[in-house]
Design a protein. Sequence first.
Length: 602
Amino acid sequence: MTRRRWISRRWQKIWMAIGVTCLVIAMMVALGLWVDRQRNTDFADARGSVVSELRHTELPEEAPQLRFVEVAESLGIQMRHGPGARRRLLTEDSGSGLAWGDVDGDGDFDLYVVNFPGPDGPSEESANRLFRNDGGDFTDVTDSAGVADAVGFGMGASFADYDGDGHLDLYVTNDGTNRLFRNRGDGTFEDVALSAGVADGLWSTGVAWGDFDRDGDLDLYLCNYVHFLTLEEAGAIDSGTQFEGVPFTLNPNSYNAQPNRLYRNRGDGTFADVAVAAGVDDPEGRSLGATFCDLDGDGWLDLYVNNDVSQNRFFRNLGHDALEGELQFVELSAMTGTADPRGSMGLSIGDLAGAEDGGPDGRPEMFITHWIAQENALYQAVVTTGGALEFRDKTRKYRLGEVSTDMVGWGTAMVDLDRDGRLDIVAVNGSTLERPSDTSRLIADKMFLFWNDGTRFYDLAPHAGTATRREHDGRGLAAADYDGDGDVDLAISTNRNRPLLLRNDTETSHRSLTVRLAGPASARFGARVEVRTSAGPQFRWWGADASFLSMHAPDLIFGLGQDAAVSSIEVLWADGQRSTRQEVRAGLVVLEHPGESGDTLR
């Protein structure tokens, strides 16, 4: 064989090997693409699987059959929020709230609903309303009580006995002068805001009550929002001007933030604003809500402030560590992971640690509702190995995040809806986006009833009744057992519509324990209540669950499951004193402050 023929055959073999190799590679690539096409949704035809809402796994078999029935008008709660046509103003679209409180001392909770004047000015239709609870039926006593505030542009409301006379007083926030209605004890109120020094004049929103300096008098933190300019002030032609697209009057970023107030109670019926001196005025925050709660467990009430499109603030109370005897706060938002810059509206406080986290640990978690596309947040309290306090966002771990991306969240509450011993979460929603076909109306949203199974949450609102399935322009949320049957009912304020009262008609064999605290308001606000059950401890913080522009009823309802009693109840009052009671049966129990009862063990 010649050398040339040998070389020729060698190249033939080489090219054949190359050809076979290329063919094998091509076949493998084709096979890989075919397999990937079968499993990769990027290549799949999605027309058959596109849905309008986020799907979750099926409900577990143990999920309760929650049932809520809307009963407001049938029980006498009759009014409508926001008279007249919508004018595309941030002030109108943001409100309003509502609050529960026993104003007449008869043992059941009355309801105050906030309103604002329409384009035609103040009228009876635009007034706030007070509905007295008479054993489960309601009577409008607004006029006789003197709390209508028809001229005020109403935002929020809260009840507290600020002067310690044993009668529940009422504070109302406005876009403009606020009101402090002092309860005379005879069914009537008088506005003393100016003489007490808490009238303010800015656009006020949420409030927090608490004795931050432990002097025995109840102090008040007041949130202010933005310096809103009317159309006339901003140079628009008139209040009826029609805008193309979204007007600046609906965007909070169009306006400068306003400083907050910390009103220190002097003990003589008047207050002094010490916000700047204490370091909590937060002048860059567009504040919508706040809570006084001992977040770090050192025995002093800290302050957390919810801000819209500006960072939230965690102010730690320095307590006895403050210099020169003047109590001050230090801002620790960034260090604790709570400097949330989203549009924060509603705020709720509770111990949500699940079974996989070792169960409730006595540290408060924070649930915060946000604007559209921002997801709600659940901050879980963690103490690091170095002893530092951190709040870590566990929203997605508990499946509370993605489901809220297309909602605008407002009022919220951590409550035990089915009395199984685990805290659930309620949130009301209502978009601030206009309906494309009719800009005189906002887009309504569905509410959330997040049931807690111990490891994650399931939204049961679509299964809990007609009212919870419907879309609403929700704003304020206030929880209460208004009918005294041992479960949690829900009052909801709606923007430019009627308030809702959702009666909890859930059928269950579970029992509950209602804890009512008796004693000075300064010792109750922020008090930690621990209940020991067969399943472990449960914790609540009295008056700290802030919601949005609203106030829940003060009674704390603990679900007991099948237990007929609890082994103990311990109250760590906000002034540092303790009360303990052993072996308490399900139902209502009243725990008195040691200063009232003269005994720390009851």
